[in-house]
Design a protein around this ligand. Structure first.
Ligand code: FBP
Length: 566
């Protein structure tokens, strides 16, 4: 007995049998970096791929010092890498599995002739100058582990003159030569703006500080065709959700009485929902981009789900799963135009709203909205109205993860089924799979992808580059390290009532091979049980190299495996 209790106490603080084991899991490495044991920084050369956004002319003017459009690829080992560099790394935005391996890759490639600092608590920490030196001893415990807890993260947007000046002060005070921002579309937009702002006159000799981005987000909406097949964290999150959805699907014909409405994370795009659907094959999956493209109203969505329930019931199947993308509410045309006006009004009347209770907020906003929106707003359940009025994040985004869309749909579908056929049994349960998927131990793919992203980001710094995002392409082949020019990705978008430079979110393309496959199968999945349970993610064995199915289909790969390091 005492032996077991000692063993259990020994597992405290991240020392479970599993955590101990994964730390020594070998990480596949792109051959460009040489030997996996002692990777070397690479040099870069321009490819003939040039990024052109619709607002390139305006970007060129505003980003005069850092404007680049050509994508860079590896060009052998860097024979004369910069040295003596002081580099700071930070996480920005929501956590995603694999972030710790980016830091590991950076530390490895910077080696002992450069210094790596960790910025605590995201962009806020950069503004406040909250840095510490990362040692090899710090790195060892975080290898292949999930979460961002090594540094922490936050969603502060660096936007005011004071904030930019504070970042500059942090650079000067810590003698920084480079900053690596690990984040999503908004954070990489911040990285692009910082790269330009810090491009000169930071150090006494008039030189600047390099800024490199790394593509992170479980949402998968930071992807750029073949040059950035996916952001890191997506694979782990979708495999965790797919395991849970698979388990619920397995429960449905066992207990035979529930319809489960499952909302999955992904604040805007439906990549997560689509990927989980391909892995598990539930009865109904909503795809937000299809809703917007075909102007499908809320009533039509409700009707679609209610009919699926009634039709399955006719076959004696009184159960099923409905998969709902987190952000669908913003894609329903009438809701989208309401939310757009709300975003502007919430920004305009922020101080008035901030002192009111929920009921007062609702009554106040009715008077500020155009009549058609005021009427729609007042027809929604109170719990939904309150969430639509909740504070936006610092990038001006509605916090869709807080909106109970799954509950709203259950309420509305229940009413519709009663109208269609009151005899149909309809017992429901609702779930939100979000935070469960962001910090799990990375899949082998995310572990490898992130480590190689870290090696690439560090190589870009040691090659003197700034304003680039690290990427690793050709995942089905041996993996190809790339540098993607951030200004080439910028467009002008309206945010919080004003025009801003932003990296556009990559939404799910309704004409993509993955969507085409999904639409060709979904009616069959609705009519009978075709579900599959993918099980827990595997770090060893035949399923360990599996990449997201949407990525394999959309990139036209010849297998479901990634082949980095093979
Ligand atoms: P990032 O885009 O920063 O990676 O975050 C994505 C996300 O996980 C969304 O899926 C979700 O809507 C949001 O974060 C939730 O944010 P928060 O952690 O602030 O509640």
């Amino acid at each position: 007995m005492s032996k077991i209790t000692d063993l259990l106490i020994g597992m405290e603080k991240h020392k479970s049998i599993f955590e101990n084991e994964i730390r020594s899991l070998p990480i596949p490495t792109c051959s460009d970096f040489g030997s996996p044991e002692k990777p070397e920084p690479i040099e870069f050369t321009a490819t003939d791929e040039k990024l052109e956004s619709k607002d390139s002319a305006a970007v060129k003017e505003a980003f005069a010092n850092s404007f680049e459009q050509e994508v860079l690829k590896a060009a052998g080992t860097n024979k004369a890498p910069l040295s003596g560099k002081q580099v700071a790394v930070l996480f920005s935005g929501g956590p995603a599995a694999g972030g710790h391996n980016v830091v590991y890759g950076l530390k490895k490639i910077l080696g002992n002739s450069n210094t790596l600092f960790g910025v605590k608590a995201g962009p806020k920490g950069l503004i406040q100058g909250n840095l510490f030196e990362i040692t090899d001893q710090n790195i060892a415990p975080i290898i292949n582990t999930g979460g961002f807890d090594f540094l922490g993260s936050d969603r502060t947007k660096i936007k005011t003159d004071e904030q930019f000046q504070s970042v500059k002060n942090t650079c000067v005070n810590n003698k920084l030569d480079a900053i690596v921002v690990i984040g999503g579309d908004d954070s990489n937009t911040n990285a692009a703006i910082l790269a330009e702002y810090l491009s000169k006159d930071v150090k006494s000799d008039g030189s600047g500080v390099q800024v490199i981005g790394v593509p992170k987000t479980i949402d998968g909406d930071l992807q750029i065709g073949d040059i950035l097949p996916i952001s890191f964290g997506f694979d782990t999150a979708t495999k965790i959700y797919a395991e849970m959805v698979g388990n619920i699907l397995q429960d449905t014909p066992s207990s035979r009485k529930y319809w489960h409405f499952i909302k999955v994370m992904g604040r805007s795009a439906s990549h997560v929902a689509l990927e989980v659907a391909l892995q598990t094959k539930p009865a109904v999956t909503l795809i937000s981009e299809e809703v917007a493209e075909n102007s499908i109203s809320l009533a039509q969505i409700v009707d679609h789900i209610a009919n699926a329930v009634v039709n399955r019931s006719k076959k004696g199947i009184n159960y099923g799963v409905v998969l709902i993308p987190e952000g669908v509410i913003e894609f329903i045309p009438e809701m989208n135009s309401l939310i757009a006006e709300l975003n502007d009004k919430v920004a305009e009347f922020n101080s008035e709203l901030s002192v009111k209770n929920n009921e007062e907020k609702r009554n106040f906003i009715y008077t500020k909205l155009t009549p058609v929106h005021a009427q729609l707003m007042s027809s929604l359940p109170d719990y939904l109205e309150d969430m639509l009025l909740a504070d936006r994040d610092s990038h001006g985004n509605l916090q869709v993860s807080l909106i109970p869309t799954e509950r709203m749909l259950i309420d509305m579908v229940t009413i519709r089924i009663k109208e269609l056929d009151a005899s149909v049994p309809f017992a429901t349960l609702n779930h939100f799979f979000g935070y469960e998927g962001r910090c799990g131990a990375p899949t082998l793919f995310d572990a490898a992808y992130c480590y190689n992203l870290g090696l690439t980001a560090g190589s870009l710094i040691l090659a003197g580059k700034t304003g680039y995002m690290a990427s690793v392409a050709d995942l089905n082949g041996g993996g190809q390290p790339l540098g993607i020019p951030l200004p080439g990705l910028l467009n002008i978008e309206r945010r919080q009532g004003k025009d801003e430079f932003v990296i556009e979110k990559a939404l799910a393309d309704t004409k993509s091979p993955a969507m085409k496959f999904f639409t060709s199968r979904r009616d069959v999945w609705a009519q009978e049980d075709c579900f599959a349970s993918p099980g827990p993610r595997q770090l060893w064995g035949p399923a360990s190299r599996q990449i997201p199915m949407t990525v394999a289909l959309n990139r036209n790969y010849n297998s479901l495996d990634f082949n980095i390091g093979k």
